[in-house]
Write a protein that binds this ligand. Structure first.
Ligand code: GLA
Length: 403
């Protein structure tokens, strides 16, 4: 990745003339291949950082003020480093970076005044973790500008999750921040969300392509039933009593759940978690052996479980996934991320991508009236500083900072 000259020009238009201390950082989005609603249940997930993401162009200031601006938006968030920072709904997306500043200050990390301009290529409200991207990016750039040469990325992921939980009010798990911080080009992360141990799994898709399908049905986690699902899982754990596995519900035995839980809704929630966990383990094996048909089948089963047992898909996601599963060259498809709108994922024979997108697009428009967007997944490294020769060609646009 090279320096984005357009963003530097925008930055100097906004904050004043150019000098050599301007630096750029990139925070990728993420797509979760399989293991949905598993992270906060202590299980295994398989996300990958992607090349769509957020770029921050920034420069230190001499005072104790941080400005966060977003290309194409009038709103600029101003944070005073010597004042207590509280959530403020008039700040809009600015609460995400403001929450990170607060979290760093609470930990006595010395920070300096900074001007920041964000630009993004992540589609809006699409479940590709734009909030984790801006959180991790903000923490990384502030720590780097403060002189840290080897930023502890695991610590950054945990700090950002705390900010999301306490400052934003979404009780999210660790998957998104972890993949944005520690992703690796050509790889997915196989992350054990209980122990935070992880390994990189090469994404080898042979003659297939992974396509992200954006339903364009925007969603906000804070508006959704995300926190409700977490509470339901906690209730199952409470009912399991001494049979509750210490690592979380993902490790529970189905027989134990069936004998301790009567509520049919809670039973379905637990069944999703336990079967999804088994699918992740199997997906790792199938991918390693190049069994793409079997991997695709697991994607289909994951979607059915999220739709019927966990009930987090909804009309738009179900429509696009059903259209995908019947389209030419498709080996499997499922919603990805928290659900309730946003994106789905399809594994498609590369030679059929055009026919596939044509058919899915027309069926989806017919059913919903919305025009979907398609992106071939390209993996990326996690958060990093952008160096190298400058380039004028970034396709950046207005930031959108909800997941
Ligand atoms: C959101 C959350 C993650 C995870 C997914 C569902 O993206 O931020 O922590 O729970 O939903 O897998």
């Amino acid at each position: 990745m090279t320096l984005a000259r357009n963003d530097i020009a925008r930055f100097t238009d906004m904050y004043g003339d150019s000098d050599t201390s301007i630096r750029q950082f990139f925070g990728p989005g993420r797509v979760n291949l399989i293991g949905e609603h598993i992270d906060y249940n202590g299980g295994l997930v398989m996300p990958a950082a992607i090349s769509l993401g957020i770029t921050a162009t920034c420069r230190p200031r001499r005072d104790r003020i941080i400005h966060f601006a977003s290309a194409g938006e009038p709103l600029v968030t101003t944070v005073q480093l010597d004042e207590l920072i509280e959530p403020d709904c008039t700040r809009g997306w600015g609460n995400y970076p403001a929450g990170i500043v607060r979290e760093l200050l609470v930990r006595d990390v010395p920070l300096q005044g900074t001007d920041v301009l964000f630009t993004t290529t992540l589609p809006q409200g699409a479940g590709l973790s734009s909030s984790a991207a801006i959180e991790v990016l903000t923490a990384f750039l502030l720590l780097t500008l403060a002189g840290n040469t080897a930023v502890d990325l695991k610590m950054v992921a945990l700090l950002c999750q705390t900010a999301e939980n306490t400052f934003i009010g979404v009780n999210s798990g660790i998957m998104d921040q972890f993949s944005v911080a520690l992703g690796k080009h050509h790889c997915a992360l196989l992350l054990d969300c209980g122990s935070l141990e992880y390994q990189y799994v090469p994404v080898r898709l042979g003659d297939c392509t992974l396509l992200i399908m954006d339903t364009r049905k925007a969603r906000r986690l804070t508006d959704s039933k995300y926190n409700e699902r977490r509470t339901e899982c906690d209730r199952v754990i409470a009912l399991l009593g001494t049979r509750a596995p210490p690592q979380g519900l993902a490790h529970a035995e189905w027989n134990d759940v069936a004998s301790c839980v009567e509520d049919p809704v809670l039973l379905r929630r637990a069944r999703h978690v336990i079967t999804e966990q088994a699918r992740v383990t199997q997906a790792v094996r199938e991918l390693a052996e190049g069994n793409l048909l079997a991997f695709g089948q697991l994607l289909n089963e994951s979607h059915a479980s999220l739709r019927d047992d966990y009930e987090v898909s909804g009309f738009h996601l179900d429509t696009i996934v059903a259209a995908a599963q019947e389209a030419p060259g498709c080996l499997g498809a499922r919603m990805t991320g928290a659900g309730f709108g946003g994106c789905a994922l399809a594994l498609v024979r590369s030679g059929s991508v055009d026919a596939f997108t044509q058919q899915v697009r027309s069926r989806y428009i017919e059913a919903t009236g919305l025009e979907p967007a398609f992106y071939a997944v390209q993996t990326s490294d996690g958060v990093h500083e952008v160096t190298g020769a400058s380039s004028g060609s970034t396709s950046s646009r207005t930031c959108c900072f909800f997941l």
